[in-house]
Ligand binder design. Sequence first.
Ligand code: CA
Length: 537
Amino acid sequence: MKQGKKKLLVAWLLAGLLAVCSLGGCGEKGPEWLSREVVEIDDNYRTWYEIFVYSFYDSDGDQVGDLQGVVSKLDYIEETGFNGIWLMPIMPSPSYHKYDVTDYTAIDPEYGTMEDFDVLVEECGKRGIKLIIDLVLNHTSSEHPWFTTACEYLAQLGEGQEPSAADCPYYEYYNFVKGDPSSTTWYRVGNTDYYYEGAFSERMPDVNLDCQAVRKEFEEIMSFWLAKGVGGFRLDAVKHFYAGMTSKNVEALAWVNDYVKSITPDAYMVGECWDGMMTYAQYYASGIDSFFNFEFADSAGIITKTLTYSGETNNAQAYAKALVRVQNAIREYREDAIDAPFFVNHDLARAAGYMRYDERKIKMSAALNVLMSGSAFVYYGEEIGMTGSGRDENKRAPMYWSGEAEEKGMTRGPLDMEPQENQFPSLSEQMENEASIYHFYKETILLRNQNPEIARGTVARLEDITDGDITAISKTYDGKTIYLLYNLSETEEKSITFPAEQYGYTEMAGYLSADGGEVTLQDDVVIMPSYSVVVLR
Ligand code: CA
C-alpha cells in the first residue's frame, strides 16, 4: 500500500471512530441506544415499583420508613425508570405489615399524616408517576370498630335472643355463625356461642361482601382515596372474598371495577389472585385491568425454570411458549386484559436466592420479567439483588441504600426479622458501578420505556429462530412489529441469521448483556454474547 493511501485510510478510520464516539458509541457514555428518548407514558402499561413503606426510607430518625421517606426517594425511583408505584398498606393497623386495617380513611401514624400523603400524591403527579395503594377488602383488623362493635353486640345478647342487623348493622359485615363450625379458620367470639371466619388469622376477620351496607362503606372508602388523587388500587386476596367461588369473586370484583371506573375512568387496578393461570385468567371477566401473573413468578415459576433448568432441551423454547400461552389465556376472558408480570413480591423469597446469588442469572431474570408485555412490577430491593427468605419479615428487610453503619434514612426493618446479610453491594455502591445489577435493571427498564411495543405488544413466537437457547419473539402494537431475541445460553455466544427484509426491521434499537459484552448486527447476522437480549425494530 502506498503511503498516501495509508494516510487516507487512517484518516477515514479516525473520522469513523469520532462519528461513533459523538453518538455515544464509545468511552464512558456506553452504547448509543442508552441516550435515546423514552416514550411518554400516560396509559396503564407501566413499570411499577412495589414499596413496603416500613422498610423503605425513614425521614424522621425513628428508623421506621414513612411517606416523607418515599417522597424523598421519588427522584431515585423516577431516575431508575419507574412510572408507577404500588404502596403496600398505609392505613392504621396494629401489625407491622398493615394488612389488617382499623381505619380505612386514615394514614398509620408510623408512616406520617394525611398531609404527607397529599404531598406524595402531588410529587408523584409532577413526575408522571401513577400511585396506587393497597386496598384490603377481604378482611379487616379484629380491632376495627365494625368488628369490635359487632362482637360487643353479640356478647350482650340475652338467652334465646337472635342477633339482628336492625339492632347492630355490623353484625352483617362479617361472617358470624352460631355454634362451633369445627374449622381451623373459624374463631370464637369471646365466651359466646358465636364464631367468625378468619381465613388468614384470628386477627383478620373475613368481611361478608354479600352485605350491601358493607359494600356501601367500601364505596365511600374507594371514593375517598380517588378524591385524594390515587391512580387506583392493588386489591388484596381477591380469591378469598368468597373462598373457592370464582364466579362470586368475579361478581364482587366487577362491582369494585364499575364503581371505581365510574369515578376515575382511567384508574388502574391489579388484583392478587394467588393461583394458577387457568384460575386467575377467569378473573379478567370482572373488568379489573390486571391480575398478577403467578405463572412466571417465584422459585418454581417459569422465569426461574428458564434460567436454572439443567436438562438437555428447550428452556428458551418453553419461555417463548409460556409468553404466548398466558397472553392467550387472559385474552380469552378480556380482549384488553393487561398482564401483570412480576418475579418477586413481599410474600415471596427474594430472587437472588433462587439464582444462588449468580449475578448474571439475576440480571437475566430482570430482563425476563421486565420485558414482558403488560404492567411489569418490581419489588423494592430487587434492583440491587437484596437477600431475604424464610419467614415473611426476612422478605421485607430494609432497603439497602448504603453500607455505612450510620447512614441517614436506613430503616431497622420488622422486629421479628432475622439478621439479613446482603450478598451484593448497597445501592450507593452499585450506582457507581456500570456493571452492577442496578445498572442492568435501569437499562432494562429504559429499553422498555423507549419501545412502547415491549409493554403493549401482542407476542408471537418466531419458530424458525427459537431453539433451546434462543427465545425469539415479535411484539406487535399499533401497526408496528418489533423483535426481541434472547440468548439464554449461560456460556455460548450465538450467531443468529435474521434477515431484515424478511422480518421488516431496520435497526437494532438496543440491547442488554449480563457481562457488558456488545451485541452486533451486520449483514442480517446478529451476534449475541451469552446471556444477552436485543431489540430490533
Ligand atoms: Ca420514620
